[in-house]
Ligand binder design. Structure first.
Ligand SMILES: [Zn+2]
Length: 382
């Protein structure tokens, strides 16, 4: 199936992006913004497979064109309202913008980014194939969510599960949402923002490897993913093409069996050695960037450097979205020591962990390279 899609930008120079973003599923047409109400209706009635819109649609207008001077969020809200009125037409809306504008836009107090299913940074042109794969996954997910309404008796299909594994989505939040909405973009937002983009009941590839205690840069790790896939641990539901994710519970149960005990009781070195026994492959153990040791019991992946870490070597991120489905993100001491967190407006450190942040920055808490390690305790674990 090939669907019409629109790329909206006030800059004629963006017209060639329409060609670049077109995929096997989506044929993009370039459009410049017009008067809001009639433009939104025109777009909506064209039943597109997707809309990609530039953040600032008001940068190149003269005084006479104030009617076409609005931001992407205004247009997106208008389109979402139209979809909400009937619910029988809906499509992904993707933001396309320069990095610095996205950062301003992503201030934690602003919630307008909830209007968008995905963001493409203009600087990330080199990843265009990866972006196109994601766009196809989004378009495909919306088509499925339109077909699968009402959602309350289709949850197993939506999440790619059979009856035996229904317990994996046995969360009131999921069932309540399915019972109260038939609007695809609301269900899509839930799956994309709360499940696929975040560790929680699902976990990403790097977290799987951190839990396995193995170095992430080793092609041999594919053995682990292949076996987990055989066990049905991979997420195969709606939007599964968007990002590789795994059912945490299935992964943890498998790992516990492979290791012969509770995962957190084993260091990375011990986990990698046990996996060598299981797979007959000499996995490299993961090493802590903070203590420079593989004798650590990794629980998390740092949200900035994406290296394995543990609660005792990291601080918690203040979360606007939190709850039983979403794991609180963490920032490792290395990133704090090197001030990598200072310009991440989207990753503010939780106020309760501020004293720890200050201590790391002042050098009161030091890593192995500085001649000391932070204690084993989980004092800041919440
Ligand atoms: Zn880090």
């Amino acid at each position: 199936m090939v669907m019409r899609a629109f790329l909206i930008d006030d800059d004629d120079g963006a017209a060639n992006s329409a060609q670049i973003f077109s995929t096997e599923m989506l044929t993009f047409e370039f459009k410049k913004p017009e008067t809001l109400e009639s433009f939104a209706k025109e777009l909506f009635c064209a039943k597109p497979g997707m809309i990609v819109v530039d953040y600032r649609l008001d940068e190149r207008v003269g005084d006479k064109d104030q009617a076409v001077s609005y931001k992407a969020s205004t247009l997106a809200q208008y389109l979402r309202d139209l979809a909400g009125d009937g619910g029988s037409e809906d499509f992904p809306i993707v933001l396309h913008s320069a990095e610095e504008k996205i950062r301003e836009y992503f201030h934690p107090e602003k919630t307008a980014h909830d209007l968008f299913d995905h963001i493409i940074k203009k600087s990330s042109r080199k990843d265009v194939d990866e972006e196109k794969r994601k766009l196809d996954a989004l378009a495909d997910g919306y088509v499925r969510l339109l077909e699968l309404r009402p959602y309350n008796d289709k949850l197993l299909v939506i999440f790619g599960l059979d009856k035996q594994r229904a317990h994996l989505i046995d969360h009131q939040e999921i069932h309540d949402l399915a019972a109260t909405t038939t609007i695809p973009h609301i269900f899509a937002r839930f799956i994309l923002k709360r499940l696929i983009s975040r560790n929680g009941i699902l976990v990403d590839d790097l977290t799987v490897l951190a839990r396995c205690g193995v170095n992430a840069n080793d092609d041999g790790n594919q053995r682990i993913f292949d076996e987990l896939q055989r066990l049905g641990a991979n997420y195969t539901g709606v939007f599964s093409g968007f990002r590789s994710m795994w059912w945490r519970l299935t992964v943890e149960i498998a790992l516990e069996e492979w290791l012969g005990g509770v995962v957190n009781s084993f260091s990375a070195q011990e986990r990698a050695a046990a996996l060598k026994q299981k797979f007959g492959y000499d996995f490299k153990p993961a090493k802590s960037a903070w203590s420079n040791s593989s004798n650590e019991r990794f629980t998390h992946v740092c949200s900035i450097c994406e290296r394995p870490t543990l609660v005792a070597h990291s601080v918690a991120v203040h979360e606007r979205l939190s709850g039983p489905l979403i794991e609180r993100r963490r920032i490792c001491f290395n990133c704090i020591q090197e001030d990598r967190h200072m310009d991440r407006i989207d990753l503010r450190i939780d106020a309760l962990d501020k004293p720890v942040e200050d201590a790391v920055r002042k050098g009161t808490i030091q890593g192995e390279q500085s001649g000391g390690t932070y204690g084993e305790g989980d004092g800041n674990c919440r």
